[in-house]
Design a protein. Sequence first.
Lengths: 465, 446
Amino acid sequence: MKYYDKLIFELSKPGRTGYSLPAPESSSVSSIDANLLRASAPQLPEVSEIDVVRHYTNLSQMNFGVDTGFYPLGSCTMKYNPKINEEIASLPSFLGLHPLQPDDTVSGAKAVYEGLDSALAAITGMRHFTFLPCAGAHGELTGLMIIRSYHMSRGDTRRTKIIVPDSAHGTNPASAAVCGLEIVEVKSNADGLVDVNDLKPLLDDTIAGIMMTNPNTLGLFERDIKEIARLVHEAGGLLYYDGANMNPLVGTVRPGDMGFDVMHLNLHKTFSTPHGGGGPGSGPVGVCEKLVPFLGVRVSGFHGNFSVILRAYTYILMLGRQNVKMVGPLATLNANYIKESLKDKYKLPIPSVCKHEFVYDGLIDDGAREGVPGATTLDVAKRLLDFGFHAPTIYFPLLFHQALMIEPTETESKETIDEFIEVMRRIADEAAENPDILHQAPHNAPITRPDETTAARNPILRYQA
Amino acid sequence: MNGFSYFPHTEADIQQMLERIGVKSVGELYDDVPADYLYKKEYDLPDAMSEQEVRDFFYGLSSRNSRLTCFVGAGAYDHYTPSVIPYITSRSEFITAYTPYQCEISQGTLRYIFEYQTMICDLTGLDVSNASMYDGPTAAAEAMRMMVASVRKSTTVLVSSTLLPNVIEVIRTYAKFYGTTIEMIDEADGRTSLQSLTSILSSVKTGVAGAIIPSINRHGIIEDLTGFADSLHAQKALLTVYCDPSALAVLKTPAEWGADIAVGDAQPLGIPLSYGGAYVGFMACRKEHLRKLPGRIVGQTKDGQGRRAFVLTLQAREQHIRREKATSNICSNESLMALWVTVYLSLMGPEGMKRLNQLCYENAHYLHDELIKTGKFEEVFQAPFLKEFVLRPLVDVRTLQRKLSENGFFAALETSEGYVSFCATEKRTKQEIDSLINIINKEVEA
């Protein structure tokens, strides 16, 4: 990767064109009343086609994707994105459909929704899904709306609180707040699991439900889930399953069987659709039988992100009933293998068997000595970039100060993982000997560490010539 | 274990890995799961297919869709997609990357988002843009929340009846659960009524946070928003304008109308219809509202060597820091679709966008006039339009739609008043329009 400094605006030259359109017969738009027209034309770049192609190709070369290398970003499930998905999503007879076309002219698209609905139902044990949510957080919000609608339909209007574990993804409390719910936090116990004794006194007739991530953000299976489900249901609440960590349960455990009433999936995590540099994703929400009447909540404009939905369905048909069983187990195998291989160099606060991901709490020997600060988790992350690996998720979950959250996914080979382990060991050794190597990292990336404080204090958010 | 192309593990790999972990089988890694939760049955899924079988399956499915020539808009517009866009956006460095958390190896994503933000500011005339949202309707719902959060002691948002129905529905959904009261502004002669707005403003005692009003409305009419911002600002309320960013290349900008926030769907900027998604919402505002703007924002700074660099910035607004106190629960944006838009606008430039709007105007007006000439439609509103309009049908709408569909056209979408809506972008040719008219003349009884 090499540094490339241009912005498209800096390539602009008046009179250059990158478009190809027929000539209009007249400049008839000017017959619109001048009061309705803008005063001056927008200052978009004027560039030729090759300028555009070179510019964006150069930009792409400053980016790291799953196709570039290993991407062990915890809770993000950066698995391989199969290429047949892309081919299917670009078929003209799907791409050209208007969302309001009559049903009898889109029966192929309808069949995609029906097929994926029943496949996801089979994998999760839920009854039906809505595909309108465009992302995981959007799915959370939708799921919580369904929970509130259910209680309201029963005249149970006092249930305005939702229980969220302290280890939850930040989107959980944020989604609950947007949904008008008050957040009640339940603590984790020393094993990193929801503390059932802390939960019990929270349960009363103002509780709408609980949001659980299982396995949780420490990669641990919430083994008391049966007791938790019983207690919450007895108190009249519903159980929400945050599907961000569904990958280890694909082919092994179904959230519906554990007593969850509502859940979302991230098709862009668990079902192999590409993340696109931060979207588009898709966050379908599944519900149990009694909540099916509440699935119709209108949370986006049309039918959700159809192009993402198509990719996920393609992936599931490739997997089929045979291979689906190995998704979770291989992801879990890879995670435990890394966890065991580095625990002599990195602090492992929770030593028990993990699922698809786990958390280290920084280096055992960070190299700190008189006058030299030790290497932090941020330093380790930045140093990894020098060796051609993406960094893990860092400083999350908040339970540990130096958290490094590692999720390898099932699509990585033993060789790739062994290389990663070797590099992580080398970085730990560097830290112990000379932490400055880490403080200064990355050394080989297109840029060195940027000044984020100035970026926030003095925001420059658009190009100005 | 049979080989499967997405799983690289050999039997020997698995054995060696299990040994290091210190367990005998992969199943043992699930010993912490209560036994009755382990799914032992066969999954009710089809048998695994080869890639060729999967391809054939989807070719079969897609051939069951009718590819119709599109004369409908209503929030999704059939504009031309230059071939450069899918070529660039399918580069794996863009499409297989995550949100740019590690900025040192994400400068590609960060730079195009910065360019995207600049272009959205340019089109809307406003100061700052976020990195994109899910779609237009959700962006409108986020604007509703943003206005409520910005204006003290307000719980009411006014929504124009001339917004597209799906935009109103999504706003209502968010409002219901967020606890916001929605008051509808009436329409008069197909346009948002300023009189209705001012009368609501003087009657709502709890305080109005703001209003959401379209620039081009559900009838296709270009609204004259003179006086709206002044009326709202006099009551310390904000104005959000919902707009088609493609049309903003020629129409008065939200900033020129005095708006505080602009939202809409950027699908018309080169994104295929794709049965409604993935699209991309946009959101821009005046700089005094920056701290309440939801979503990701990219900012410019310098790296350790003084070189220009880009980062996700102002993250103190966001859910992963602020949790329940965040401005929004939004985590991702629609980054790749923002790249579609950025590449599109780069290719089109100011001249291309102007020409595009001229072509839309010409096609839509030609279609409009030809439809009137058939004698099977009547004018409803005397009002300026760009690419979309409604007419009153003098024929049976079901028959009309069926005849058009049978002949390969999607047109004459029925509105809640029983009007029919038509749209013609630059993509529609004179031949296509003439052939549509021909079918109406020949096959639809007056």
